[in-house]
Ligand binder design. Structure first.
Ligand code: 3PG
Length: 307
């Protein structure tokens, strides 16, 4: 029987698992679960007889693919697929997919929640400030960026965006002001929300020079990936500019140093929280299950991300 394995170090909500099971069993497939695993060895053992794999931020590298002798498809239930070694997947004849957009609203709601938390001084009882009328710069206008724009407009924020791959008229159609360069975005906006993927081009690209362009009392919000930050450069800037704040749901490697040096101006959630809602889990998990069924039964490769 075709076996679909859900392997998630950070588990889905139970309702999402119920929904995934329904899709998988309706197709005549079998569902296996590996949740909250702590050792890679557990993943290596679990994938041995899986035909299909659903993951979140879990790493699927050449070693995992070697161990997964029967694997035909891996679906990242979510947007970013930097945790899958795409070349190795191709070399192992494994199709890799993501489920774009399915958890975008969850991340957007968290982004605005974190901004409120920042401007209200981490709810410490002192007088903070408001978001209405302030300029928010969205760095990359994909599914998450667009949802952040929509929610921020509800707060009455003036929303700007830069995206090297998205035409200005698409940005304008969402009531958002496109800017011509990434530098212009950071110079213009007191609040910047990052929504770039972690790629060879973007890794370490957000640091001293760029963030240093932000106006007084700037807040950099990262619900994208920790790898896009140049942590040493940002730390140097935060030391020089006492007015700046860094808020994130992905702990930097230098979390302890940041927490100590920038107390009151730095906040990181204990785990990546953006997509951690029942709704996002249901949307992304069920989409992943459907994509697997559609690929195995009908050869549909719509959301394939490897060549
Ligand atoms: C994504 O890329 O979809 C988000 O970062 C969510 O990641 P998660 O599934 O690990 O919460």
């Amino acid at each position: 029987m075709t076996k679909v394995l859900v392997a998630t170090e950070k588990p889905f909500a139970k309702v999402a698992i119920d929904g995934i099971r329904k899709e998988v069993e309706a197709a005549g497939f079998e569902l296996a679960l590996l949740e909250k695993y702590t050792e890679k060895k557990q993943l290596l053992d679990a994938v041995a007889d899986a035909d299909a794999l659903i993951i979140r931020s879990d790493k699927v590298d050449a070693e995992v693919l070697d161990a997964a002798k029967k694997l035909r498809i891996v679906v990242r239930a979510g947007a970013g697929y930097d945790n899958i070694d795409l070349a190795a997947a191709t070399a192992h004849n494994v199709v890799a997919m993501n489920t774009p957009g399915q958890n975008a609203n969850a991340v957007a709601e968290l982004a605005l929640g974190l901004l409120v938390y920042a401007v209200r001084n981490f709810y410490n009882g002192t007088s903070g400030s408001e978001l209405m009328g302030k300029k928010l710069g969205i760095h990359a206008f994909g599914n998450v960026g667009r949802n952040v724009a929509r929610v921020a407009q509800g707060f009455g924020m003036e929303v700007y965006a830069f995206d090297a791959y998205c035409p200005a008229d698409v940005i304008e159609a969402a009531g958002v002001k496109p800017v011509k360069s990434v530098e212009e975005l950071y110079e213009t906006c007191q609040f910047i929300s990052l929504h770039i993927p972690a790629t060879a081009e973007t890794k370490g690209s957000i640091g001293y020079d760029l963030v240093g362009k932000m106006p007084k009392n700037g807040v950099l919000l990262n619900t994208a990936r920790k790898e896009v930050i140049d942590e040493a450069g940002l730390a140097k800037l935060l030391e020089e500019r006492q007015d700046l704040r860094y808020i994130t749901d992905i702990k930097p490697d230098a979390d302890a140093e940041y927490a100590e040096k920038f107390a009151g101006r730095y906040f990181a959630t204990p785990k990546k929280m953006g997509a951690q809602t029942a709704e996002a889990n249901i949307n992304a998990g069920i989409a992943a299950a459907r994509q697997i069924v559609d690929y195995i039964k009908n050869g549909v490769e719509k959301f394939r991300v490897n060549k």
